[in-house]
Design a protein around this ligand. Structure first.
Ligand SMILES: [Zn+2]
Length: 107
Protein backbone atom coordinates (compact mmCIF):
# COMPACT_ATOMS: atom_id res chain seq x y z
CA UNK A 1 0.00 0.00 0.00
CA UNK A 2 1.19 3.52 -0.78
CA UNK A 3 1.96 5.77 2.10
CA UNK A 4 0.13 9.06 2.56
CA UNK A 5 1.96 12.35 2.49
CA UNK A 6 0.81 15.94 2.64
CA UNK A 7 0.33 17.62 -0.74
CA UNK A 8 1.02 21.00 0.87
CA UNK A 9 4.29 19.77 2.44
CA UNK A 10 5.52 18.62 -0.97
CA UNK A 11 4.64 21.98 -2.50
CA UNK A 12 6.33 23.79 0.39
CA UNK A 13 9.46 21.74 -0.29
CA UNK A 14 9.41 22.67 -3.98
CA UNK A 15 9.00 26.33 -3.00
CA UNK A 16 12.09 26.03 -0.78
CA UNK A 17 14.01 24.58 -3.73
CA UNK A 18 12.98 27.66 -5.75
CA UNK A 19 14.46 29.94 -3.07
CA UNK A 20 17.70 27.93 -3.04
CA UNK A 21 17.84 28.12 -6.84
CA UNK A 22 17.40 31.91 -6.79
CA UNK A 23 20.44 32.15 -4.50
CA UNK A 24 22.58 29.60 -6.31
CA UNK A 25 21.77 29.98 -10.00
CA UNK A 26 23.28 33.16 -11.36
CA UNK A 27 22.33 32.65 -14.99
CA UNK A 28 18.90 34.26 -15.41
CA UNK A 29 17.97 32.07 -18.37
CA UNK A 30 18.81 28.91 -16.43
CA UNK A 31 16.96 30.24 -13.37
CA UNK A 32 13.87 31.03 -15.45
CA UNK A 33 13.88 27.58 -17.02
CA UNK A 34 14.37 25.93 -13.64
CA UNK A 35 11.50 27.93 -12.14
CA UNK A 36 9.27 27.03 -15.10
CA UNK A 37 10.00 23.36 -14.48
CA UNK A 38 9.26 23.69 -10.75
CA UNK A 39 6.03 25.59 -11.44
CA UNK A 40 4.97 22.81 -13.81
CA UNK A 41 5.81 20.32 -11.08
CA UNK A 42 3.60 22.20 -8.61
CA UNK A 43 0.75 22.18 -11.14
CA UNK A 44 1.16 18.43 -11.55
CA UNK A 45 1.22 17.90 -7.78
CA UNK A 46 -2.02 19.88 -7.48
CA UNK A 47 -3.65 17.69 -10.13
CA UNK A 48 -2.75 14.38 -8.46
CA UNK A 49 -5.84 12.62 -7.14
CA UNK A 50 -6.35 12.66 -3.42
CA UNK A 51 -7.04 9.55 -1.44
CA UNK A 52 -8.87 9.07 1.79
CA UNK A 53 -6.99 7.71 4.73
CA UNK A 54 -8.32 4.66 6.51
CA UNK A 55 -11.46 5.53 8.47
CA UNK A 56 -10.93 5.75 12.19
CA UNK A 57 -12.63 2.94 13.99
CA UNK A 58 -14.49 2.61 17.22
CA UNK A 59 -16.98 0.19 18.65
CA UNK A 60 -20.24 0.31 20.53
CA UNK A 61 -19.96 -0.58 24.17
CA UNK A 62 -22.62 -0.89 26.82
CA UNK A 63 -23.54 2.39 28.45
CA UNK A 64 -24.33 2.84 32.09
CA UNK A 65 -27.97 3.52 31.28
CA UNK A 66 -30.13 0.47 30.84
CA UNK A 67 -30.62 -0.48 27.20
CA UNK A 68 -28.02 1.99 26.05
CA UNK A 69 -24.79 1.81 24.12
CA UNK A 70 -22.08 4.40 23.69
CA UNK A 71 -19.17 5.10 21.40
CA UNK A 72 -15.94 3.63 22.76
CA UNK A 73 -14.00 6.69 21.61
CA UNK A 74 -16.14 9.74 22.37
CA UNK A 75 -18.75 8.26 24.69
CA UNK A 76 -21.69 9.42 22.60
CA UNK A 77 -24.72 7.54 23.93
CA UNK A 78 -27.43 5.84 21.92
CA UNK A 79 -30.27 5.05 24.26
CA UNK A 80 -33.24 2.70 23.95
CA UNK A 81 -31.27 0.03 22.25
CA UNK A 82 -32.74 -3.09 23.77
CA UNK A 83 -34.26 -5.58 21.42
CA UNK A 84 -35.84 -7.01 24.48
CA UNK A 85 -35.12 -6.37 28.13
CA UNK A 86 -31.42 -6.75 28.92
CA UNK A 87 -30.53 -7.73 25.40
CA UNK A 88 -28.62 -5.30 23.22
CA UNK A 89 -28.46 -6.36 19.60
CA UNK A 90 -25.51 -4.59 17.99
CA UNK A 91 -26.62 -5.77 14.56
CA UNK A 92 -29.05 -2.84 14.67
CA UNK A 93 -26.55 -0.30 15.94
CA UNK A 94 -25.57 2.59 13.64
CA UNK A 95 -22.58 1.91 11.38
CA UNK A 96 -21.03 5.24 12.30
CA UNK A 97 -20.93 7.25 15.50
CA UNK A 98 -23.21 10.26 14.93
CA UNK A 99 -20.92 12.41 17.06
CA UNK A 100 -17.32 11.63 16.07
CA UNK A 101 -17.95 9.78 12.80
CA UNK A 102 -15.94 6.69 13.69
CA UNK A 103 -16.65 3.56 11.70
CA UNK A 104 -18.27 1.19 14.17
CA UNK A 105 -18.54 -1.82 11.88
CA UNK A 106 -16.46 -4.88 12.55
CA UNK A 107 -13.32 -5.00 10.42
ZN1 LIG B 1 -18.03 8.66 18.80
Amino acid sequence: MDDLISRQKVIDTVEKIKIIAENELHDNEVLKTFNDVLNSLINIINLLPSTQSEPKRGKWIEAESQCGIKCSKCGYPVDDFCHSIDYIDLDYAPNYCPNCGRDMREE
